[in-house]
Design a protein around this ligand. Sequence first.
Ligand SMILES: NC(=O)c1ccc[n+]([C@@H]2O[C@H](COP(=O)([O-])OP(=O)(O)OC[C@H]3O[C@@H](n4cnc5c(N)ncnc54)[C@H](O)[C@@H]3O)[C@@H](O)[C@H]2O)c1
Length: 269
Amino acid sequence: MKLAGRIAFITGAGSGIGAATARLFAAHGATVIGADISEANVKDVFSDLENGEGIAMDVSDSTQVKDAFAAVENRHGALHILVNAAGINAPTREENQRLVDINVQMFEAGKRGERLHPDFLSGVTDEHFDRVLAVNLKGPFYTIREAAPIMKRSGGGSIVNISSVSALVGTPMPLYYPASKAGVLGMTRAAAGELAPHNIRVNAVAPGAVDTPLLHAQPDEIVDSIAGIQLISSLATPEDLAATMLFLASDDSKYYTGQTLSPSGGLYM
Ligand SMILES: NC(=O)c1ccc[n+]([C@@H]2O[C@H](COP(=O)([O-])OP(=O)(O)OC[C@H]3O[C@@H](n4cnc5c(N)ncnc54)[C@H](O)[C@@H]3O)[C@@H](O)[C@H]2O)c1
């Protein structure tokens, strides 16, 4: 029981890595508040979790974030852990389909022994870029801004932000995703500096290919080819990632702050 007595807030807890992290933290004795834009999913995940509650919240809406954290402090009196797992790989279904189409064209060309030079750039609108940044980068900013004062009043805490290996390794893709995820790493380091005197640690995780609905927004052959560029070419499970989140959230990592751990099957070293 590594988190007994701790209060944890997890965004994106309705699916994938966030849901697996919520389950593992609850099994380790934490009281877990899970927030997700999909109320149905988060309620489903939390229906069988003791010491947990699922709430609907859009991380890109600063008012909703402010209200949610105020409610947590009112109800529980403290906050010790924040995990920022909410994220999107594309701003709309149509834009995701455009990525799929380009990836499939590249894959088919590769099978013919040809090299296709993709054009992701020209199809990205201002609105696409803004939406991904709003969820993936401004979302964690809003939650950290609300969580930090409560953690200070609670005597300290641990914040874990999910970035992506795409922030560390250059591969062609629409710029909004690696831009948002690289921003998370910059924010992690600066927040670590500001919050260390208050006994609050801030770290990031930059995963490779993880077996979640976000990755499976691509067809199976593309998922296999994404994983295939890693030294370990099998997919990580959400539970593999949750184990890393537990390490960073618990006192096992008490001398780590401002760090990026990359469970990416060796893609980034
Ligand atoms: N799966 C991968 O291969 C992979 C790789 C690198 C990084 N990541 C990152 O890991 C994190 C978790 O992703 P996942 O793979 O578990 O995906 P997922 O789609 O299974 O889970 C993401 C969750 O975030 C929620 N969400 C989306 N927009 C939201 C918003 N505006 N407000 C609140 N919740 C919102 C979704 O409803 C969903 O439940 C994301 O930040 C993602 O970018 C995933």
